[in-house]
Ligand binder design. Sequence first.
Ligand SMILES: *Cc1c(COP(=O)(O)O)cnc(C)c1O
Length: 449
Amino acid sequence: MKLERDSLSILKEMLDLLDKGFSNLPDTDSAYDRDAMREVLLEVAERMQDNFPYFNPLYAGQMLKPPHPVARLAYMLSLWINPNNHALDGGRASSAMEKEAVAAIAGLLGWDVHLGHLTSGGTMANLEALWVAGRLKPDLTIVASEQAHYTHGRITDVLGLPFQTVPCDTQSRMDTDALERMLKGGGIGVVVATAGTTGTGAVDPLREILGLRERYGFRLHVDAAYGGYYMLASNLRQETSLSLDCLRDADSVVIDPHKHGLQPYGCGCVLFRDPGVGRLYKHDSPYTYFSTSELHLGEISLECSRPGAAAVALWATQKLFPMKRGGDFAKGLGKCREAAMNLYTWMRDDTRFFTFLEPELDIVVWAPKASRISEMSRRSTRSFEEAASRDLHLALFTYPTRLIGSIPRSIEVDQETLTCLRSCLMKPEHLDWVPRIWQILRTLADTLQ
Ligand SMILES: *Cc1c(COP(=O)(O)O)cnc(C)c1O
């Protein structure tokens, strides 16, 4: 295959135009030893060959999705300016673009007003949301489901806040009966729901959780780092859509543009429904160059210096692909979902495979069938390696057997966890490629018997 490079000619045009904005400045020399640099950079290109081909549809493993060329080019152009979105003086244009891009994500949630900004990723975005939650609900416990991202346990540890996990049901979602029992016990101030768990893409039942919020009065944060954009898809299960519609009622939401938003890494987003939480960020830094009374993003962000380039890339992407139902971006998500449903259905109907969760988004989990869980786990690991040797890259995932709804009697449950295979079908191209992926998996299943 050939890596995309046609778009590079646009970069030259962009640079010419950018130059025009600074044409009154005297020329300067940017002296560097071109030959020496070239030698190092070619070594870089060679070393970068040691990667899985994340950009190719045969990479169908972890949550890795290539940025769209529009994001790549916008990001690259920004590097000539290298704006810092901490303060307007560090990046006027890119700060304005960040505010617009974040407002568009708030619009996706149906929020007319909000407070929010970009972060280096979902972890920092969740950290800010839980920091705010902890300030508003001092001394109370934060809970998240046992399938929530492990970051919540660590973040609360960093913040010094008490944390507990809520058991999941056999759909891999937060068990709301268990949550209610915990709420009755008292002492819980914040519930973290997940819209699209990292393991299986399960969406916690947000409507029921909102019902509990009315009765128990906790703060609701939704970690939609992975699944948030799926609000736009039109081919989800109805219960999933209903849950995602509830994102608008959360107190804070995290969505990662670097997961499903076509961005390079370094782009998460945290949003608060009540802009009033901005007061908690208040600081009086003697270093920061706040020269105007307009909002500087550094006033509402825990991270200080932040890449303006990330905002520029996201802004350009949203301009080309507005986040509308029925638009190209939404259709791309729909294709990922359809790809996952195809692969899942073929596996479910094939006796060589064991499936236990219908995908809610675009993540499929399964294991090769055998007479014992331990043997199935062993075959998953072997399939993972064998598939890789055929250029098909999958992921492994450890799942508690107690969360599996029904295990046929022919399978002996001889250990507490099942190592399964996991595939995040995050590229719209996966829809055309799943037949080929399925072909490889079937061939493998026969050789592993
Ligand atoms: C990826 C992910 C995170 C962590 O985000 P990073 O961008 O990797 O820091 C948190 N929660 C969920 C649900 C995720 O999928």
